[in-house]
Design a protein around this ligand. Sequence first.
Ligand SMILES: NC(=O)c1ccc[n+]([C@@H]2O[C@H](COP(=O)([O-])OP(=O)(O)OC[C@H]3O[C@@H](n4cnc5c(N)ncnc54)[C@H](O)[C@@H]3O)[C@@H](O)[C@H]2O)c1
Ligand SMILES: O=P(O)(O)OC[C@H](O)CO
Length: 333
Amino acid sequence: MSKVAIMGSGSWGTAFSLVLADAGSEVTLWGRREELAASINERHENSDYLPGVELPPTVSATTDPEKAMAGAEFVVLAVPSQTLRANLESWAPVIPDDAVLVSLMKGVELGTVKRMSEVITEVADIGPARIGVVSGPNLAKEIARREPAASVVACADDDVARRLQALCHSPAFRPYRSTDVVGCEVGGAYKNVVALCVGMAVGLGFGDNTTASLITRGLAETARLAMALGADPLTLMGLAGLGDLVATCSSPLSRNRTFGEKLGQGMSTAEITASTRQVAEGAKSCSSLVDLAEQTGVDAPIAEAVKAVVAGTITPADTMAAFLERRTKHEQE
Ligand SMILES: NC(=O)c1ccc[n+]([C@@H]2O[C@H](COP(=O)([O-])OP(=O)(O)OC[C@H]3O[C@@H](n4cnc5c(N)ncnc54)[C@H](O)[C@@H]3O)[C@@H](O)[C@H]2O)c1
Ligand SMILES: O=P(O)(O)OC[C@H](O)CO
């Protein structure tokens, strides 16, 4: 039985613990609050993030990072992207020497514009062969209900990707393998920003033509940036690109789409942020992705628009009008 630590016991860390336990691992969740760890250990429930979902007996929780990671073959990272660096700085001394670090996070760091795997390398001094990524259409509540889903597990080292694939292949969760870490990470971060934009359109009362147009142009924008960073374009046509984009942009369960919908209805970023405890990664990663696009010379109108609406410098309605006023061009330009 593999031993796995999951650092972060929010919605996805907890739902993923269930996948790993169903696939045969012993899982220790790390979280900051004693009450939550007690709820998981005593009632087998994360009452804050996944109320009503019974966790298997092979899932336990602790607030002690060293205890969580002791003897772990895989250390899964599931905190909000913008908090990874600070958390990892404190965890680095107790990460087991040969453990594989697996990112579940879908964001790009503000300021440094680093992807999560790059932050891991920089802070924990761990090379690409020990860093994996899981990314795909995986809304936590549906995964926790054991509804069938697929995803991509990526690592630069195909042997490690195979180990990770075996680790999370459960009766309800089908992981595909890849070595394209960049494509998976850019796909995962960008779809959140596109979902914010789609949510705005929904909040403004627009229908399926608008949302389909934004999803499709969002995919083109994602692929442009990912390819400029060295990704395989086929990754963006797969589960970590198109698949996740469709799920996130279509689902009322998505925090990013919901955030966008509230912006479209006239709420401000501060009001929306105050109304939820859960992370909508796109509200911050939109700025990082705009910076990354500028650095690589890639056109990123959707990320720029989302950044401006989140900052309150343009309204969602004016953004939609501005998209249509853009210079006309060839579809594949
Ligand atoms: N929820 C999903 O459906 C889903 C699916 C796939 C990927 N993801 C990605 O997984 C990552 C985590 O998302 P989530 O859904 O679990 O978020 P969440 O908001 O449900 O939970 C985040 C967790 O991190 C904790 N946290 C917040 N600030 C922290 C800090 N400074 N230090 C340590 N812990 C902190 C919170 O207490 C909570 O336990 C995100 O990057 C998200 O995009 C989420
Ligand atoms: O709820 P969201 O918007 O963070 O999206 C969750 C997952 O990333 C969907 O795959």
